[in-house]
Design a protein around this ligand. Structure first.
Ligand SMILES: Cc1cc2nc3c(=O)[nH]c(=O)nc-3n(C[C@H](O)[C@H](O)[C@H](O)COP(=O)(O)O)c2cc1C
Ligand code: SF4
Ligand code: SF4
Length: 258
């Protein structure tokens, strides 16, 4: 069963969460509206009507959804609107993030018809999950969409849908990654990173600096720097990368709940 309108909501500093949400969305023959929380954070309530469908994707940060997204998602309101919850993680684990997102959507008036955890290249340690999402991931996204269509048909027939998602209901404590990016001599001072940073951690007049206290290590400044000047660097990073790659080399598969 298809819907007339889909709203694709995502926070995607490095583009993979957006890619996953939009790949899932393409399986529905419907007009899709994008709600890109990096470029247009939700500051006011946005209602999605009952006859719509929301596909909401979040990157996993330390096993949770990013703290600043919780504030923006509080403005996303459903009217018993069907929603698909999508967590995208860097091949370590998604821990409680998918459950947290599912709970949040249900608290905000959505009926979650499916939840999926998908793997992407890790944005801090790109050697982990390199090439993900791959063909098998895309097949899992198509299967996920098909199962959610079946649930939409059940909803339309008056059935109740209750999705049970993996995760600890007492969610993990939010964590902070101590690694922060910096710019090098290639920087042209264009200001793109400063205007895109979701926590305003880069001064417009001095983009070589990063506020270490407010930066959430999201990588938007690295991914979008036209000069390729920003990166995670330094001996601490090199040590952490080696350790992280060793621990998280095993191929993880998408997990679907419907
Ligand atoms: C601050 C931070 C914390 C992260 N924590 C986790 C994690 O707990 N588990 C994991 O597998 N990946 C983790 N990752 C990797 C991201 O979940 C992954 O790269 C995600 O797909 C990035 O989405 P994006 O491409 O839309 O920015 C983390 C990334 C960042 C920046
Ligand atoms: S986006 Fe890149 S080139 Fe532009 S100011 Fe930032 S670091 Fe410098
Ligand atoms: S400075 Fe930090 S918070 Fe800002 S875009 Fe870069 S990584 Fe993200």
């Amino acid at each position: 069963m298809n819907r007339k309108n889909i709203t694709e909501v995502f926070f995607s500093p490095n583009g993979t969460t957006q890619e996953v949400v939009q790949t899932i969305g393409r399986n529905f023959s419907a007009e899709a509206e994008s709600c890109d929380l990096l470029r247009a954070p939700l500051q006011q309530d946005k209602r999605i009507p009952k006859d719509g469908l929301a596909i909401v994707g979040m990157p996993v940060y330390a096993g949770r959804i990013p703290g600043l997204c919780r504030e923006w998602l509080a403005h996303l309101k459903g009217e018993e609107t069907p929603a698909m919850a999508v967590a995208v993680y860097g091949n370590r684990d998604y821990d409680d993030a998918l459950l947290e997102l599912t709970d949040l959507l249900e608290e905000n008036g959505f009926t979650v018809i499916g939840a999926g955890a998908f793997i992407a290249q890790h944005s801090i340690f790109p050697k982990v999950g390199a090439g993900r999402p791959d063909q098998a991931d895309k097949e899992a996204m198509a299967l996920f969409a098909e199962k959610c269509k079946e649930n939409l048909a059940c909803l339309a027939a008056g059935e109740t849908i209750k999705i049970v998602v993996k995760g600890n209901p007492e969610y993990r404590e939010p964590g902070n990654v101590p690694l922060k990016p910096s710019a090098d001599k290639a920087c042209t001072r264009c200001g793109v990173c400063a205007s895109l940073c979701p926590t305003h951690s880069i001064p417009k007049d001095d983009p070589w600096r990063t506020n270490q206290k407010t930066c959430i290590s999201c990588g938007a400044c690295i991914h979008n720097c036209p000069a390729g000047a920003r990166a995670f660097r330094g001996p601490m990073y090199a040590i952490a990368e080696k350790e992280f790659c060793k621990k998280n080399a095993a191929y993880r598969k998408p997990e679907l709940f419907y």
